[in-house]
Design a protein around this ligand. Sequence first.
Ligand SMILES: Cc1ncc(COP(=O)(O)O)c(C=O)c1O
Length: 413
Amino acid sequence: MTTDTVTTRTEDLIALVERSSAHNYHPLPVVVSEADGAWVTDVEGRRYLDCLAAYSALNFGHRHPQIVDAVRAQLDKVTLTSRAFHHDLLGAFCEELAALCGKDLVLPMNTGAEAVETGLKVARKWGYEVKGIPEDQANVVVMEGNFHGRTISIVSFSTDPVARNHFGPYTPGFRVVKYGDLDALGHAVDEHTVAVLVEPIQGEAGVLVPSEGYLRAVRDLCSERNVLMIADEIQSGLGRTGTTFACEHEGVEPDMYLLGKALGGGVVPVSAVVANHDVLDVIHPGEHGSTFGGNPLACAAGRAVVAMLATGEWQRRAAELGDHLHQRLRELVGHGVLDVHGRGLWAGVDIDPSLMSGREASEAMLAAGILVKDTHGSTIRFAPPIVVTTDELDLAVDALAKVLETAATHPSR
Ligand SMILES: Cc1ncc(COP(=O)(O)O)c(C=O)c1O
């Protein structure tokens, strides 16, 4: 083999993916083969600090022992029954998750998108059967810049052309209003509105926190107009922002929580709709479900997660570490960073686009041993697992400072 034909294992493995997997993602060029806590190791033996945590699915870090032990023990017992039969963990998981949410009932599914679809179905049925809307007239108000997943109905109300274009015909019954604009919301809601679907913090849009009082006002409007407030806490919930749910920052309780990602402890996909009897009782046998929804392995992981969150320690830790992260990141404003937003251990950092794009910044951070990912354009997102330490956060922010300094002194554009 000549030196020109030598390829690394990383290149070979990426080439294999390029040849045999659909090109629906554009990952950073790192091939992870092991992970522990806040750190991952690639196939070449290089270690990286994970500051993305699988978009919050790894809130408790990679392979947290409490979660892995619960799942491992369950593997030796029973992994799947389907919902044709009962199994011995479903009731406990639902009861414990409902208690964490302060609600009556849980409808378990697998992925986040499924939880969103489920929430929309439940809301429509509630609209016809409880609110008394004429058949097929229901509408749901959603927000500009939303991200709720990738199914046909969900992309039907996406405002991102990449997510939406050429996937029509689209599902009708959605109205899009500007995120944060209460007047627009007030005008969009009418007598046929069944729900307002909102991310308490818009993650994919760049970790955008609405102005103070917005969620409270959405809650009030929904209560006044007999409309369900659905909070998509799939990315913002379960400890990420320093509270169990991001809605708590405004003392708001939605009618329906949509949960996913971290609910499976980073081990198995687990999602859920959580609401009270008056809402979830509209669903009867045969009307909704999933072969894997609420399976024993998922319940084992989910119960471990709920037990960990019930202590309140994860939320406290995310709040404390989050303060440190935001304080350190804000020091970079004016030094290649235009703005920092977010809450708790979750930050969107707007890089000066004249220096580099978000993708370029992410690639430079990768070279420095830190995993972050761009969202749109020039924003990069920090969402490290809550097991991260203050020193590790400093490592990540120092690396970003260096990347920006290098870009400013050796401009490539
Ligand atoms: C707020 C929100 N809702 C829903 C989803 C979809 O979840 P999944 O990718 O598990 O379908 C995501 C994923 O990023 C999300 O951030």
